[in-house]
Design a protein around this ligand. Structure first.
Ligand SMILES: Cc1ncc(COP(=O)(O)O)c(C=O)c1O
Length: 369
């Protein structure tokens, strides 16, 4: 299968999309080759029963790879769900807290805001343990900045804010159980599992195509969960290996291939060092530009997956994006809520793509500066 170090195929664009993400060419080619006639069955995998032997093997292989790659302890169940990370904004409080529990949220940007808003609807004692609004969402809090109320059931964090381009540089123990939305840095850093009750995220940034949310939940908390409708009950999915109803067959299949590719590439540790190196390459291009490019985020909190930067004015940013697109450097526009430029560099982004960007940045600064 294609290696991260291989030159990018000439027909492929340099894709910096924030999600859905670029996938390895080898994964796409394998899917294409197997799509119409899966293993000589005369059917596609996405046309078969999810109760059949062929899909069952794919499903459990994907689960096993998650457990191995992410070193998920036996105390955690792995759930493969639909509804994206957004549905988890509701499912987490529904399953990990009682109606009167107080639950704390770290609001570091857009996604933390959305998570806490849904929790407030479901649990009246939801509170913000920290909100980065005053600082323009340009930094994550240190432990001593958190205002954690006594009796808090859990603290919810967004480990990487995809839009603002900031991340929690390390996971520290806040003294209560932690729940993390890891959508945009999934499997690009190891997890200290002891701290966590739930870790969740959408697959479509670091793991595979859209349509799958992956939830790791401490199984022991499921016994105490209040009653919820059946799909919204983690325990139903845990007890049935996420096969209680029809699972999202295609994204689970494709994600399994992506996980196999990640194992070949050296696993989470390799993804972590590559994320640091490749984002570092773009941050170096920003920092060495003499102020032509600027980073709006606090240096220690800079995201390793979503590199956000600005040029001196919006006209110059428009020109940057247009000239970048001419060289098939695509999807670099910052989120519509914040503007600027954003380069999303996920697990499958080829090295060449990052170098093509930094080469372009320096050439553009020379001709437009
Ligand atoms: C950190 C984070 N959380 C949640 C979401 C929402 O994910 P989904 O679109 O899968 O619901 C996103 C999407 O970009 C995200 O970046």
């Amino acid at each position: 299968m294609t290696n991260l170090h291989d030159p990018i195929a000439p027909f492929r664009a340099h894709n910096f999309c924030a999600g859905p993400c670029a996938l390895p060419v080898g994964v796409l080619e394998e899917l294409a080759a197997e799509m119409v006639d899966y293993q000589g069955t005369g059917m596609s995998l996405i046309e078969m029963s999810h109760r059949g032997a062929e899909y069952d093997a794919v499903h459990h292989d994907t689960m096993d790879r998650f457990r191995r790659l992410f070193a998920v302890p036996d105390a955690f169940s792995i759930l493969l769900l639909q509804g994206g990370a957004t549905l988890q904004f509701a499912m987490v409080p529904m399953n990990a807290s009682q109606p009167d529990d107080s639950i704390g949220y770290v609001v570091g940007g857009t996604w933390g805001k959305k998570a806490v808003a849904d929790a407030k609807i479901l649990r009246p004692n939801t509170y913000e343990a920290w909100n980065g609004k005053e600082g323009g969402f340009s930094a994550m809090p240190t432990l001593d900045q958190l205002d954690i109320q006594s009796g808090t059931r859990y603290l919810h964090v967004t480990s990487n804010e995809t839009i603002g381009g900031i991340r929690m540089a390390s996971f520290e123990d806040p003294g209560v159980r932690v729940v993390a939305d890891m959508s945009s840095d999934y499997l690009s850093r190891p997890i200290p599992w002891d701290l966590f009750d739930v870790v969740y995220g959408g697959a479509q940034k670091n793991l595979g195509p859209a349509g799958l949310a992956v939830v790791f939940v401490r199984t022991s908390i499921l016994e105490d969960a209040p009653q919820n409708p059946s799909y919204l009950t983690y325990k139903n999915h845990a007890d049935n290996d996420s096969l209680g109803n029809t699972p999202p067959v295609f994204p689970i299949w494709a994600t399994g291939k992506m996980l196999a590719w990640m194992e070949d590439m050296g696993g989470v540790e390799a993804m972590q060092s590559r994320a640091a190196a490749r984002s570092g390459q773009v941050y170096d291009a920003i920092d060495s530009s003499g102020g032509f490019y600027t980073s709006p985020v606090n240096a220690v909190d800079r995201s390793h997956t979503n590199v956000v930067f600005r040029l001196q004015n919006e006209d110059l940013e428009k020109r940057f994006l247009a000239e970048a697109a001419e060289q098939t450097l695509l999807n670099l526009k910052g989120h519509r809520s914040v503007g600027g430029i954003r380069a999303s560099i996920y697990n499958a982004t080829p090295d060449d793509t990052v170098t093509a960007l930094t080469d372009f940045m320096s050439a553009f600064a020379s001709r437009a500066g």
